[in-house]
Design a protein around this ligand. Structure first.
Ligand SMILES: Cc1cc2nc3c(=O)[nH]c(=O)nc-3n(C[C@H](O)[C@H](O)[C@H](O)COP(=O)(O)OP(=O)(O)OC[C@H]3O[C@@H](n4cnc5c(N)ncnc54)[C@H](O)[C@@H]3O)c2cc1C
Length: 149
């Protein structure tokens, strides 16, 4: 079983900032960030602005470039979810069935949007606004197809 000094759950802004802060504070131990999105941490605000207007490449909205994480030995496991935590023996189960050990854990998993529970929720124009770029594209396509009058 792999064991890390710190496991951060969530590779969003919160998780990335926690990893940066730990290294800035002088932590030399191992850090693993587990994220269910495929990408390394990226800024959400420019997604709906500069990225979709074509002003910025996706690589330019990363919170830090890939080399930054490598240099600071912050390890990532993406496309994977923490599905269970056993606080007593300091282990976490991942969605691929593996178990990892941790010294400390930081929970930076953000939040999921609540689904609408009103009439119209199943219309094709009604969709969850998930942040990943491909989901964003679907969302924008839906938005543009809505008749506002
Ligand atoms: C398009 C867009 C534009 C925005 N613009 C602005 C803005 O202009 N100003 C502003 O203040 N805010 C803005 N926000 C909101 C802001 O980006 C969020 O408040 C911020 O991203 C929250 O960061 P977070 O790390 O706490 O959570 P999140 O960004 O939600 O990151 C949490 C991550 O954890 C992952 N995760 C969850 N559970 C698990 C698990 N069990 N195992 C592994 N991974 C898990 C999630 O998939 C997610 O990637 C915007 C958001 C979006 C989507």
């Amino acid at each position: 079983m792999d064991k890390f000094d710190v496991v951060i759950v969530g590779a969003g802004h919160g998780g990335a900032s926690a990893a940066i802060a730990l290294r800035q504070a002088g932590l030399t131990g191992s850090i693993l960030v587990v994220g269910r999105e495929p990408e390394l941490p990226y800024e959400r605000p420019p997604l709906s602005k500069e990225y979709f207007s074509g002003e910025k490449e996706f690589e330019r909205i990363g919170i830090r470039p890939a080399a930054f994480w490598e240099e600071r030995q912050v390890e990532f496991r993406t496309c994977i979810e923490v599905t269970a935590i056993n606080a007593a023996d300091q282990t976490a189960t991942l969605s691929d069935g593996t178990t990892i050990g941790f010294g400390d854990m930081i929970w930076a998993a953000g939040g999921d949007p609540r689904k609408l529970s009103c009439p119209g929720q199943s219309l094709p124009e009604s969709t969850l606004f998930a942040p990943a770029p491909m989901s964003m594209q679907c969302w924008l396509n839906c938005l543009m197809s809505i008749k506002w009058w």
